[in-house]
Design a protein around this ligand. Structure first.
Ligand SMILES: [Zn+2]
Length: 158
C-alpha cells in the first residue's frame, strides 16, 4: 500500500519531465501539483490540476523508475484521457448516424489499449455503415438488410 504526500511537503518533484499538457483538454498547460501518491519505490502518481478555465480537470502523471539507467523517474503516461473522437464527412453521417458513434467507441478502446475489443467494435461500425448504405440505395429492402448477417446474406440477396 502506498502513501500520499501533499504538495507543500514535497522535497522535490520526481523528475524534470513534468507534464506540459492536460490529457483531458489536450491544451498545453503548466499544471498545479496537488499531491504525490507513492505506489511503490519504483512507481509514483502525481495528481495535477489543469489551469485551463474551460477544463479545470484533475489528472494523474504516472512515473516509473527509468528502465534505461539510474537517472531517476521518468514520465510514463498521463490519465484519464478525454474521449478520442474522429470526425467523418457529413455525407457518411447522413447515411449512417450510428456509424460514427460505434466507430468512435472502438477508436477510444484502441487508444486506451483495449485491443481485444476494439476489433469487434470496428467490425460492428463497418457493418452498420455498409447496411445503412445499402438501405439508402434500396429502401424497399430495409427489413431484409437489417436482419441479415453481412458476410452471409446482405451482399448476396441484393
Ligand atoms: Zn485541461
Amino acid at each position: 500500500m502506498g502513501n500520499i504526500q501533499f504538495y507543500d511537503s514535497f522535497d522535490m518533484l520526481p523528475t524534470d519531465t513534468l507534464p506540459d499538457y492536460c490529457p483531458v483538454c489536450m491544451k498545453s498547460v503548466h499544471p498545479e501539483y496537488i499531491l504525490m501518491h507513492h505506489i511503490s519505490s519504483e512507481s509514483h502518481e502525481l495528481l495535477c490540476h489543469c489551469p485551463n478555465g474551460e477544463c479545470g480537470s484533475l489528472f494523474f502523471a504516472v512515473y516509473t523508475e527509468s528502465p534505461f539507467d539510474n537517472s531517476g523517474d521518468w514520465l510514463e503516461h498521463l490519465y484519464p484521457h478525454n474521449k478520442y473522437i474522429k470526425d467523418f464527412p457529413k455525407e457518411v453521417i447522413e447515411v449512417s448516424p450510428e456509424f460514427k458513434e460505434i466507430y468512435n467507441q472502438a477508436y477510444h478502446a484502441e487508444k486506451e489499449q483495449l485491443d481485444m475489443i476494439c476489433g469487434v467494435g470496428y467490425r460492428k461500425a463497418l457493418e452498420h455503415l455498409i447496411k445503412d448504405y445499402i438501405i439508402d440505395l434500396y429502401p424497399d429492402k430495409e427489413e431484409t438488410v437489417k436482419v441479415s448477417i453481412l458476410y452471409q446474406n446482405v451482399l448476396m440477396n441484393i
